[in-house]
Ligand binder design. Sequence first.
Ligand code: GTB
Length: 212
Amino acid sequence: MTIVITAFERSPDGGKGLARDMRVRWALEEAGQPYEVRLVSFRAMKQPAHLALHPFGQIPTYEEGDLALFETGAIVLHIAGRQAGLLPGDAHGRARAITWMFAALNTIEPPILELANAKLLESDKPWSAARLPLVEDRVRERLAPLAARLGDADWLDGAFSAGDLMMVSVLLRLRASGILDEFPTLAAYVARGEARPAYQRAFAAQLAVNAG
Ligand code: GTB
């Protein structure tokens, strides 16, 4: 059954891997699953055909036969559950890897998104300069315990898992802010994720869309 995902026809980052189709592409590459990509414009994302797949009119979506999914957490979990390599074989290890996926999405990503929004949407507000350091500190408050838990390990809980895939995907967005470099072990962790051949293939594929 062919897997079809959606991605931006023209990504605002020009294909630097920051849009959320990247984490789905990466998971599919790690799982060795071929897939096709349907590109959608910002306008098309809000039309009924796409809204039937994604109630919030966003990318990415995932279709496989009569299954249609949205939300990258659910999509990556679905992919990881069907192939070896992204989730450990033992039940406890599997549950811990899924816990890290949730930690990435529920604990680490929100302050990072808040920072992105503060820079993107609020920079013209008179209070922006006063607020920004507070938002940056909220990110640091999450990264410090994450770095402490990672320690000098390569991955969060033994072998690379979907938990690492999601965590690296979330942390990547911080690079431009300089905050990631304040935590050298996390910067190295992200670089390890990016160095994986599956990541490289996914990155090249989404860059090709935007370069074309
Ligand atoms: N919780 C959902 C998930 O994880 O799947 C969030 C999906 C989401 O935010 N999708 C964004 C979207 O479709 C694209 S990734 N936005 C359009 C809309 O809401 O109308 C967010 C994103 C976009 C661009 C960059 N960039 O260029 O740097 C980074 C991240």
